[in-house]
Design a protein around this ligand. Structure first.
Ligand SMILES: *Cc1c(COP(=O)(O)O)cnc(C)c1O
Length: 385
């Protein structure tokens, strides 16, 4: 049983996500020294398996941290205290990058577009011509809206400029494609609790040579804990600079083994198939997709709640009556969206159950639905895919 409640507990958030049994068992293994040979072997394998998901040959740095910590780390390391960032903002996490910069007194300009859309690369190219930016900062998978950035296009624009491309792929990595080296993404930050199928608490950063040159060319990070240079020195010895959350690295290694056993292309295809089925099923229940960007997320599905239906009431009822935990919004979209994770340890039956409980919830709340329409539409998609 997942909780003390007698109801089932279905964790269907866009993070944290459900943790597979294999990973939970890995978490129970004995804690070993983070400076010893046993851990070195674990982190070496976790690094190699992470690289394949990232599409990189970079050193991968691990931190005891939620995602926001490594977002902050990417800014303080690349910008130093004088560099200027161009932040592409199309949702809650773009705004968070701006808030971090503002809080730390770092220079940041922004290109802002309405939530649900993505920033066009032409606008980025134009701004890079005029300004001396040390970093362009983007969110790969904007979890608040379901918009996905076209990183291949963005990388092509930033690649031949002095700027470093920093990308938050916290809710993307492991669920949607990332080809860091091919696309020219200089810094990828991510975290354990989304498509990587682990509990919260482990942050990671993958840093390109171009980014290292920038980091080494200025006065250094205005932070002790987050200094990437210290992290790299430790990583070369199979360690982290400070005490490692050893159990979480063991868990990540297990989750990555699962991903590669299924096959990374197969894992990405599964995410695509499940997200497509959930979108179709939701549409059949009268829930349109909120996202307007050309690339729509396969790791989080964001429905717009129709006028007259309170999204917060749907979220509450799904939990209280059906033990199903999905997300609404804690920002300007409060009450207006329903967000369901389709990332990580997620199956066709999870999607069918989501749609069944969603239908029942709408019915319980007096909203008109055609019984069975959601699951039937999802099934049709799943059969074709
Ligand atoms: C979850 C998430 C984060 C990080 O949030 P934390 O709560 O700090 O782990 C950052 N960016 C995106 C896009 C996310 O989905």
């Amino acid at each position: 049983m997942a909780t003390e409640r007698s109801l089932p507990y279905r964790l269907r958030l866009p993070g944290p996500t459900a943790v597979p049994d294999r990973v939970r068992e890995a978490l129970a293994r004995p804690v070993v020294s983070h400076r010893g040979p046993e851990f070195r072997e674990i982190v070496t394998e976790a690094t190699a398996l992470s690289r394949r998901v990232l599409g990189t040959s970079n050193e991968v740095l691990f931190f005891t941290s939620s995602g926001t910590g490594v977002m902050e780390a990417s800014l303080v390391n690349v910008l130093g205290d004088k560099g200027k960032a161009l932040v592409l903002s199309n949702g809650q996490f773009g705004e968070r990058f701006l808030a971090i910069a503002e809080h730390l007194g770092l220079h940041a300009d922004t290109i802002e577009v309405p939530w649900g859309e993505t920033v066009g690369v032409e606008a980025v190219a134009a701004r890079l011509e005029g300004g001396d930016y040390r970093a362009v900062v983007a969110v790969h998978n904007e979890s608040s809206t379901g918009a996905v950035a076209d990183l291949a296009d963005l990388g092509a624009v930033v690649r031949d400029t002095p700027a470093v491309l920093i990308v938050d792929s916290i809710s993307g990595l492991g669920g949607i494609e990332m080809r860091q080296d091919d696309w020219g993404v200089d810094v990828v930050v991510s975290a354990s609790q989304k498509a990587l199928m682990c509990p919260p608490g482990l942050g990671l950063a993958s840093v390109s040579n171009k980014a290292w040159n920038v980091i080494e060319g200025h006065g250094g990070a205005a932070s002790f804990y987050w200094d990437f240079r210290k992290a790299r020195e430790a990583a070369a010895k199979g360690q982290t600079a400070f005490t490692t959350p050893v159990s979480l690295v063991v868990a990540l290694r297990e989750a990555l083994r699962m991903i590669h056993q299924e096959g990374l292309p197969e894992v990405l295809a599964r995410h695509r198939r499940l997200a497509g089925a959930l979108r179709r099923g939701g549409a059949a229940l009268g829930l349109p997709i909120f996202t307007k960007a050309p690339l729509i997320s396969d790791t989080v599905t964001v429905f717009a709640t129709p006028d007259g239906l309170d999204g917060a009431a749907v979220v509450r009822h799904l939990y209280e009556r059906y033990g199903t935990v999905i997300a609404g919004a804690r920002n300007r979209l409060k009450g207006k969206v329903l967000r369901i994770g389709t990332m990580g340890w997620c199956s066709e039956d999870d999607i069918r159950e989501d749609l069944l409980y969603l239908e029942k919830t709408l019915e319980d709340l007096g909203w008109p639905v055609e019984r069975g329409a959601g699951v039937a539409a999802a099934d049709e998609t799943l059969r074709q895919a």
